[in-house]
Design a protein around this ligand. Sequence first.
Ligand code: G1P
Length: 270
Amino acid sequence: MTVDIAVIPAAGRGTRMRPATRVVPKALLTVVDRPTIQYAVEEAARAGAKEAILIVDLEVGHLVHQHFVNSGPLPGLEHIKIRPVVQEEPLGLGHAVLEAERMVAHRPFMCILADDIVRPGLDVLPDLIGAASDGSSVVCIQEMTPEVIVSKGAVIPTSELVDGVMSIGGAIEKPDESSIPSLYGVLGRYVFQPEIFEHLATLEPGRAGEIQLTDAMNQLGMEGKLKGVVTDQEFLDVGNPLGLLRASMVLGNHQFGEFSAIAREELGLG
Ligand code: G1P
């Protein structure tokens, strides 16, 4: 099974990054020398994507087109087609992914949430693609504390962990403390079979009154069609100021390799 198309939802307004995002969209905030969304596209390209569908709002759509298409090819991204798709209304992550249905057209696809950047050399998508080869959809999960998991999607495991993979029977978006189903939380990396669109199309608004991707995953889980790949690696969350600062240090250190050993230790960069 080939997975060579990626959907990258990037329409969020970035309220946690005000005032930076009053004018500049969250997806175009810079980490080291490139906008955050470019890291997501590069990750997709490394995993074999030949096409990346960026779900954006109208304003971001224009800028993203300028960045990726009108300004000429970017090094390393010469072989990936970038297609911005405009989400007219901010109705939730699930709704954003559904906007890609026509372009994905019955193919399995990767889904990458651009708020999190993977650490250099620690890609997870190849493992997700491997686990999806039997026709399952696959989500990247990690053990989290109860304090963290209430702000994430949480999954319901239905099997033992075998080679880092488990079956999942359902998922709950941002569970209340009293209804946390397990401590396995969702990180923003997925491989979906196209049947996810049928679920997304019929969903009622869920958590926060939005169409939730996790609710569609819950339905796949109940049908026995969802797996989780467990990772223990830290993703770099660039959706808040401290996370953006940390990502700049980690990725800057990787790119330039010139932080001193002492500074690296102080900054916890390894
Ligand atoms: C989204 C998803 C959530 C997932 C999280 C990962 O939430 O809805 O299931 O755990 O990304 O970062 P958000 O962070 O956009 O609220």
